[in-house]
Design a protein around this ligand. Structure first.
Ligand code: SF4
Ligand code: SF4
Length: 442
């Protein structure tokens, strides 16, 4: 395949960033880059999906990496993976193409943050607000490369099941599968529990499981006791007025949140203690606190809220709120964007073992096999927006029969992702948010 054919295929098969916000992969692959970095540095405690894919699905993964490297014209590929996975690294080393190397990285959080990973494996720092391509680099997720290597429509998602469950597995589920079906398979060990979708640091506490389905970005389901410290933190953060009120009265401006902020340590201008300080001030023209444009450079890793703050406050949530304000006001940061990294950055990394301990997750394991289980939901609910960009527009009608892998929604020429049916069936419902398919298993 030539470059144009590869980009078209990646676009047509609906590949998006499978580990983060769902950025359409064809856009990244449309760039020219000298280096492709594989982000295999899973850094959220308990998550191990990518490790399992590299272990069990390395052939399509390497095929996808080769397709991407060829399309962007990269002369080099680097797999950034935690050095603690020594057996897997040795296994991968036997399959490495000559233009790909492995860069073992230390076991800390957030090693999997793309800007942090680039620093770890190349020593380069991406300037605040810039993309990796500004340094001729693209970063690709393991599962995205697997999907590209499969060269067929993306209709399934790998996800970890972790926490207080019997089946501590990585599973592959059709897109649109109800999360309740995944939980039934997981078999929680508690009668009453809370569920976080994603990792413990950057996930979402699910308040109504009935509505939730597997999407192209569902990375994990984490089952925790309802009174677990993380559940309490996510519940608190869902109330911005409470976050602001407590932050206003209890922040003593110790600056620990800033001193341990991984982006600040790279020299980026984000300073969460200043966002906290602004809560006690008011703008001259309104009752609102000042715009804090440095929050535009927060990566929402939550380290400041879950680890750094000795008062148990939520600077990351304040930064998130402030960031939204800055975007709404079209504010831009006026200070320096070219600070050097902090001289103590190397010594302020948060080891994963310490993080796991601080989050009270030591009782849970972070291993588990890739299970050979087939989910058979009666109905699949395909969200029209499970990616960055425009929502997809349905190409089918209620009552229409669809076949597996058929394209059922498209974003056309807009930034976005095509959506395909994960099964044979009949379209039962279409709304502005989703297409439901009644599955035919005969
Ligand atoms: S969430 Fe906190 S620690 Fe993380 S980048 Fe933002 S301000 Fe820094
Ligand atoms: S670490 Fe906590 S108390 Fe200290 S400045 Fe940050 S938010 Fe305030």
């Amino acid at each position: 395949m030539d470059t144009t054919e590869s980009i078209t295929q990646i676009r047509e098969t609906g590949v998006v960033g499978a580990g983060g916000a769902g950025f359409p992969a064809y856009v990244k692959v449309s760039s020219k880059a000298e280096l492709v970095i594989v982000n295999a540095a899973e850094c959220e405690p308990l998550l191990h999906k990518d490790k399992q894919l590299l272990d069990c699905k390395s052939e399509p993964f390497f095929k996808g990496l080769a397709i991407v490297m060829k399309a962007v014209g990269a002369k080099q590929g680097i797999i950034g993976i935690k050095k603690k996975h020594s057996a897997l690294i040795a296994q991968l080393a036997t399959q490495l193409p000559s233009d790909v190397e492995i860069s073992p990285v230390a076991d800390f959080y957030p090693a999997g943050d793309e800007i942090t990973l680039i620093r770890e494996v190349t020593g380069k720092i991406i300037a605040p607000g810039q993309l990796p391509i500004s340094q001729n680099i693209i970063v690709m997720n393991v599962e995205s490369l697997y999907n590209i290597g499969m060269q067929q429509p993306v209709t399934e998602k790998f996800l970890n099941i972790a926490g207080a469950v019997t089946n501590l597995h990585t599973v592959k589920a059709p897109l649109g599968t109800p999360l309740n079906d995944i939980l039934d398979y997981a078999r929680p060990t508690l009668s009453s529990y809370a569920v976080i979708e994603g990792g413990p640091m950057m996930g979402n506490l699910i308040t109504d499981l009935a509505d939730k389905v597997v999407t192209k970005t569902t990375a994990a389901l984490l089952v925790l006791p309802v009174d677990h410290v993380l559940v309490k933190k996510y519940e608190d953060m869902a109330h911005p007025e409470r976050v602001n009120k407590i932050g206003k009265s209890a922040c003593d401006q110790c600056s620990m949140c800033t001193e341990l902020c991984p982006r600040y340590l790279l020299g980026h201008p984000i300073q969460p203690h200043k966002a906290m300080r602004s809560l006690v001030f008011h703008r001259a023209d309104s009752d609102e606190s000042p715009i804090e444009a440095h929050t535009l450079y927060c990566c929402q890793c939550n380290l400041c809220s879950f680890v750094s703050c000795p008062e148990g406050l939520y600077p990351s949530q304040v930064c998130s709120n402030k960031r939204q304000e800055a975007i709404a006001q079209k504010a831009s940061f006026e200070g320096s964007l070219s600070n050097p990294p902090h001289p103590l950055a190397e010594f302020r990394k948060i080891p994963s073992s310490k993080l796991k301990n601080m989050l009270d997750l030591n009782q849970f394991t972070d291993t588990g096999k890739l299970a050979d289980h087939t989910f058979t939901p009666a109905t699949l609910t395909l969200l029209l927006q499970q990616h960055i960009g425009a929502p997809a527009t349905p190409l089918v009608e209620v009552g229409e029969k669809v076949t597996i892998s058929q394209k059922i929604a498209s974003t056309g020429d807009s930034l976005g992702s095509e959506i395909h049916s994960p099964a044979n069936g009949t379209v039962s419902t279409i709304t502005s948010f989703h297409i439901q398919i009644r599955v035919d298993y005969t």
